[in-house]
Ligand binder design. Structure first.
Ligand SMILES: [Fe+2]
Length: 465
């Protein structure tokens, strides 16, 4: 075990900045114009650093913004003013949430700290409760709770909606517990807030799922055997994850829905595995390919308590990049391994290759020869050739690697990778710009403070200044 320079990434960031110019090194490409928005937890403990205890997923949401113009970078950050934010600061403890214990449960908690997207032309922050919060893309101020204009039910959802490249609609699902449990798969047009139901998929083993897969014609809900007992959901003292039970003998089911008419195909079954993130999926003759960052079981979920992550002894967690092949004429599903590296927070050239045959994926990874409790390198995997390229700097810990295409590019990897890196040696973060083809550094922009480890974000070519 090394010296654990990553721990700063789980420390509070209290300072809020507005459009601060960053000092750059190297060359930030002048064609890179637009805005990177990122979301993630930024407050994990009380200010005296002692009394609160939280799961990583329950830290208070902070939005970050990097504005790029002509090789310059400006940085802003702001806490989301959610009901959970005010309640936590007032009470001096976290609300019971995804995995945090010991606090109180508040109604309609909306600490939406996982992802960012645009719905009905509004910028919104997302989590796994159906609550969504709109924010102002210019100053990152919290606007209001975003409500859909319909009555679709559900107590859980994913923070990973797909943008369907064919129909130009957003696709996601909710999980509704009731007399009969159902996953409601829906789509919503880009400039609307009325969802349209594609299909309600019945289940007798409602599972915890963080993402799903979308191809040209099918949506695939991968139902892991991490099963919730819905009778516990109303328990005031239980965190969400405490309702889950790992039942590996039930296997993992691929629930496939044909989007054009909502027909639910038969279930396809693989041996039990768990995952937070699907990478991509696409159709082949007579079946489907699903690339998934897979875990052997559900142990990681509990491991992500901040106290564990900051601990001296970590249990190595290996996230395996697997390719599952579903054949429509066979019940059973098998997989092959696409990379020797552990990879998670996967990204692709989404706007061109989502749901389609593709070659490159990017992710964060823990070096096999320098194990730490937090990923310490970026990887690019060629899923067709099986080769993996690594970017690593000692004492540096990366966030999600987002691909931005060079204007008029034709090659899949012609563009840059943007990743917020926490430099544990120098106690601050920087925005790294890699050439996506060579995976070599083009430049970086230094942030004065550290940026706590976050989850997901988005890049848009628009300026919001
Ligand atoms: Fe995620």
């Amino acid at each position: 075990m090394s010296e654990q320079f990553f721990k700063l990434g789980f420390s509070n960031l209290d300072k809020e900045l507005s459009a601060v110019p960053l000092k750059t090194k190297g060359q930030i490409p002048t064609w890179l114009n637009g805005t990177l928005f990122r979301n993630g937890p930024a407050k994990f403990t009380a200010n005296d650093n002692s009394s609160w205890h939280t799961h990583w997923f329950d830290g208070l949401a902070m939005l970050h913004k990097f504005s790029f113009y002509e090789g310059n970078v400006l940085y802003s950050n702001r806490y989301l003013r959610s009901n959970a934010y005010y309640s936590t600061l007032e009470n001096g403890q976290f609300n019971i949430g995804f995995g945090s214990k010991g606090g109180t449960k508040i109604k309609n908690a909306n600490n939406t700290n996982i992802n960012v997207t645009i719905l009905d032309d509004r910028f919104v922050a997302l989590a796994e409760s159906p609550a969504i919060i709109e924010f102002n893309p210019v100053n990152l101020e919290t606007v209001e709770v975003f409500n859909f204009d319909d009555s679709l039910g559900g107590q859980l959802t994913t923070a990973h909606p797909h943008y369907d490249l064919q129909t130009k609609r957003y696709i996601n699902f909710t999980t509704e517990f009731g007399q009969a449990h159902q996953y409601h798969l829906y789509s919503v047009a880009a400039h609307r807030r009325k969802r349209e139901l594609i299909a309600s998929v019945p289940t007798d083993r409602p599972a915890y799922m963080h993402s799903f897969a979308n191809t040209e014609n099918y949506a695939i809900i991968t139902e892991f055997p991490l099963v919730i007992d819905p009778r516990d959901m109303g328990n005031e003292h239980k965190a969400l994850i405490e309702n889950f039970t790992w039942k590996p003998d039930q296997g993992t089911l691929f629930r496939v829905v044909r989007k054009s008419d909502g027909v639910i195909l038969k279930s396809f079954e693989a041996e039990a595995f768990f995952s937070f993130h699907h990478v991509n999926a696409f159709e082949i003759n007579g079946g489907l390919i699903l690339d998934i960052c897979a875990l052997e079981d559900d142990r990681t979920v509990n491991h992500l308590q901040v106290s564990n992550l900051k601990g001296e002894t970590g249990e190595p967690i290996f996230v395996q990049l697997r390719r599952y092949t579903v054949k429509f004429n066979s019940q059973n599903v098998s997989y092959e391994v696409l990379s020797p590296e552990s990879i998670d927070l996967p990204t692709i050239h989404y706007s061109r290759y989502s749901g389609r045959s593709y070659r490159y994926m990017y992710g964060i990874s823990t070096n096999r020869h320098h194990y730490e409790n937090y990923p310490n390198q970026l990887v690019k995997a060629d899923v067709q050739k099986g080769t993996t390229t690594i970017w690593r700097q000692d004492g540096c810990y990366p966030g999600e690697a987002l691909f931005v295409q060079r204007p008029n590019a034709t090659n899949e990897d012609d563009g840059v990778i943007l990743s917020v890196i926490m430099d544990g040696h120098n106690s601050h973060s920087f925005l790294l710009v890699l050439d996506a083809q060579t995976f070599e550094e083009l430049g970086r922009a230094d942030v004065v403070n550290h940026i706590p480890f976050g989850f997901h974000g988005m890049f848009t070519g628009e300026q919001y200044m």
